[in-house]
Design a binder for this molecule. Structure first.
Ligand SMILES: [Zn+2]
Ligand SMILES: [Zn+2]
Length: 232
């Protein structure tokens, strides 16, 4: 079946995203927009993924994810087949935090919410900074937890693997790539790769409609990830 996806959405946990990016607001907007699957990909953290999954139950597929910022300032998406793998990965990842606290007055709030959109905490560590982890090691760590690493907005002039490293490392077996619709890209340079685009929404109004579609065998987390990987 053909489904519509938006696999790069920030919740109110990301300091740079709007505080209205609550679990229910995101799910309601995604459903309203006709999406079948979304992913929550906050910077270096995943504290709102479970709440969004609960808010979405029976309405839309939510893929557990995160957007890492490596020491080279490369953004790297990661997707997991289940919440528990993501949570274990996230716990392990915290050892690579650089230790700087968030300063909400400058960077914005990092709100942790439950499935009813109640604020239940605020992340103390600054999620705007880079992890003390190289791009190669980050790819390795994601795979250690059976996650799928996907270079984010590869053609963006900042925070992308191309802008920071200058090339897509050929020896890492990265075959699924996210690109930005707002910048030019030459797909023919990467004949081995499958591409998709997302909204990278930090505001509700930026969440995609039925713009990016793929074919899947089943409307499940696994089905969506397999559909992404297996595209011709
Ligand atoms: Zn990014
Ligand atoms: Zn992002």
């Amino acid at each position: 079946m053909k489904i519509a996806i938006d696999l790069h959405i920030h919740s109110a946990l990301s300091p740079c995203s709007d505080d209205d990016m609550t679990p229910n607001n995101i799910v309601n907007m995604a459903v309203l927009n006709g999406l079948d699957a979304i992913a929550i990909t906050d910077h270096n953290s995943c504290d709102n993924v479970e709440s969004v999954m609960k808010a979405a139950e029976g309405r839309i597929i939510v893929i557990p994810g995160m957007e890492l910022q490596t020491i080279e300032e490369v953004h790297l998406l990661s997707y997991f087949t289940d919440l528990y793998s993501l949570l274990a990965f996230s716990e392990d990842l915290e050892q690579y935090y650089d230790g700087s606290p968030n300063r909400p007055e400058f960077f914005g709030h990092q709100l942790i919410m439950d499935e009813k959109d109640e604020i239940i905490g605020e992340k103390k560590h600054a999620l705007i900074t880079s992890l003390l982890l190289t791009f190669d090691k980050a790819v390795e760590l994601i795979r250690e937890y059976k996650g799928l690493p996907v270079p984010a907005h590869i053609n963006k002039p900042s925070y992308s693997v191309l802008s920071q490293l200058g090339f897509l490392p050929p020896d890492l077996g990265l075959s699924l790539i996210e690109y930005s619709r707002n910048h030019p890209i030459d797909f023919q340079k990467y004949p081995e790769c499958n591409f998709f685009f997302s909204s990278d929404a930090h505001f509700l109004g930026h969440i995609l409609g039925r713009n990016m579609t793929i074919f899947v065998e089943s409307l499940t987390i696994n089905g969506v990830l397999q559909g992404l990987i297996k595209r011709p």
